[in-house]
Design a protein around this ligand. Structure first.
Ligand code: SF4
Ligand code: SF4
Length: 62
């Protein structure tokens, strides 16, 4: 099981991470990406980690 966390301090609101998430956990809220779904539903695909140019995402295996 994986859990995704975000530090959106450096998020520039590019939105590139939002649509590619296969379980739709991510949304832009007031111009910053947030995990609006249940973080424990993360599949650990690392797509968001790879896409984000600002290293906002961290994946933990639980
Ligand atoms: S690692 Fe994959 S499933 Fe998890 S939040 Fe990122 S894009 Fe979504
Ligand atoms: S890819 Fe990174 S910088 Fe772009 S919206 Fe997502 S978290 Fe923010």
């Amino acid at each position: 099981m994986f859990m995704i966390t975000i530090d959106n301090t450096n998020c520039d609101g590019c939105g590139a991470c939002v649509d590619p998430c296969p379980v739709a956990l991510l949304e832009l809220v007031d111009g910053k990406a947030e995990i609006t779904g249940e973080a424990t539903e993360c599949m650990g695909c690392e797509t968001c980690v790879t896409i984000c140019p600002n290293d906002c995402y961290t994946i933990q295996e639980l």
